[in-house]
Design a protein around this ligand. Structure first.
Ligand code: LLP
Length: 412
């Protein structure tokens, strides 16, 4: 994260806090967040857009890190918010987002979620199917309101990424294909309670190349002229030193240029980053419990697929090193960092050099802010980790660690 460094004691410091001390004080596993890092990236998005385009908003794709404190920080930075469910909507409102500044997404929104959103006064709903159109219209009409909507289009262009997070291809569970989008646009022209303001697309996540955006915008341009365009999120981040994603400025530049050249300049431009706002702000701290040497060296830690599902779902690669000797990152015996769950796939990092691993060591995996806390679970009865915000040397718990009582709380 921004501002992380090795301190006088030789320990990794995040937001001015010594990570070895954080582990002692708050326990492990724990998500440690450099609050300033999130703010800096939000500002980078806003400034990059402001320098290039008049009328815009940056939406926080809140699925990436849905907790009240993160919503609050980004609301204070002036962002608007993308929610993908009634639950995220609830958290976004709780975190301080004005309902008018919230966009509701979803390919299978329930009637209850639509009622919740429209009753809350959500600014925009992104329509995903003909049935969604009918339902949103029905709820808006019953409430006697005119609801602003966007149509989500799958432009038939897929961003190059893992298949499970590629969304722009023609046969997708998301959005309208190009032909159906035309029909939906026609259908909405006749609606008394839905006000179609524009088009949305999101072609994939963790994109390390910007190539796919231009053809996707071209496909949208062929659908007519609207006041608002949401070009989604998707900018990839570096999980390891070897990955080199485009900078926020380059990503914004590409989207703005595509808008200006293929659609026009006087439009409202929305972009919807999740991962690239929050991933690199956070590290996970684990404690080493065991070291086993058989064919490989297995370093067993006190978390795993309950706090980071990404290696198991997408084959994602992470780095790992020790909090009290970060300068030795990348050197030492090659090992696998294994989680504590009951399956062989529960490996957080494979083939990583680790300097003299031993029980009690605090192991750090960087870049866990996006889709870590978000996808955490209680597999094997593991209480989910706390989220700790660090800033100027102060640490505060913004999500507490779960307890065993929490695990039983819903049991009747
Ligand atoms: N907008 C929409 C409509 C989306 O579906 C998504 C992500 C975003 C924006 C934000 O995309 P981002 O900027 O974060 O790439 N769990 C997966 C990622 C799933 C992304 C889902 N949609 C992972 O851990 O890689």
């Amino acid at each position: 994260p921004l501002g992380s460094r090795v301190n006088e004691r030789g320990n990794l410091e995040i937001g001015g806090c010594d990570t070895v001390e954080l582990a002692r004080e708050f326990g492990t596993p724990a998500f440690v967040v450099a609050e300033d890092d999130i703010c800096a990236r939000a500002r980078a998005y806003v400034e990059a857009l402001r320098a290039r385009h008049d009328d815009f908003d940056v939406l926080f794709a809140s699925k990436a890190f849905p907790c009240t404190a993160v919503y609050r920080v980004l609301a204070e930075e002036g962002l608007v918010c993308d929610v993908a469910s009634g639950g995220e909507l609830h958290l976004a409102l709780r975190g301080g987002f004005d309902a008018k500044r919230i966009y509701l997404h979803g390919n299978a929104k329930s009637l209850a979620e639509l009622e919740q959103a429209i009753d809350a006064g959500v600014g925009h709903i992104v329509l995903d199917s003909f049935m969604d159109v009918d339902r949103v219209e029905q709820v808006a009409a019953a409430r006697g309101v005119t609801q602003a909507v966007l149509i989500r289009v799958t432009p038939g262009v897929a961003g190059r990424t893992h298949a499970k997070i590629s969304t722009g291809q023609a046969d997708s569970k998301f959005g309208f294909g190009l032909d159906d989008a035309r029909l939906a646009i026609e259908r909405l022209r006749g609606s008394d309670s839905l006000d179609l303001v524009g088009l949305h697309m999101h072609i994939g996540s963790q994109l390390l190349s910007l190539d796919a955006y231009r053809p996707a915008v071209e496909a949208l341009a062929a659908l007519g002229d609207f006041s608002t365009y949401n070009f989604g999120g998707g900018l990839g981040v570096a999980y390891t030193a070897g990955q080199q994603p485009p900078a926020i400025e380059e990503y914004v530049e590409e989207k703005v240029r595509a808008l200006h050249e293929l659609i026009g300049t006087g439009k409202r431009l929305l972009i919807e980053p999740g991962r690239s706002l929050v991933a690199n702000s956070t590290v996970t701290l684990y404690s080493v419990e065991t070291v086993k040497r058989n064919v490989s060296t297995w370093v067993g830690v006190d978390g795993g697929m309950s706090d980071n599902l990404r290696p198991m779902l997408y084959g994602s690669v992470y780095e790992a090193f020790f909090a009290d000797r970060p300068e030795l990152a990348g050197s030492g015996e090659t090992a696998h960092v294994a989680g504590k769950h009951c399956e062989s796939g529960d490996v957080i990092v494979r083939d990583v050099p680790l300097a003299d691993p031993k029980p009690g060591d605090i192991l750090v995996t960087p870049a866990t802010g996006a889709y870590g806390h978000a996808m955490a679970n209680n597999y094997n009865g593991i209480p989910r980790p706390p989220v700790i915000f660090c800033k100027d040397g102060d640490a505060r718990v913004v999500v507490r660690r779960e307890t065993y009582d929490d695990l039983a709380r819903r049991d009747v």
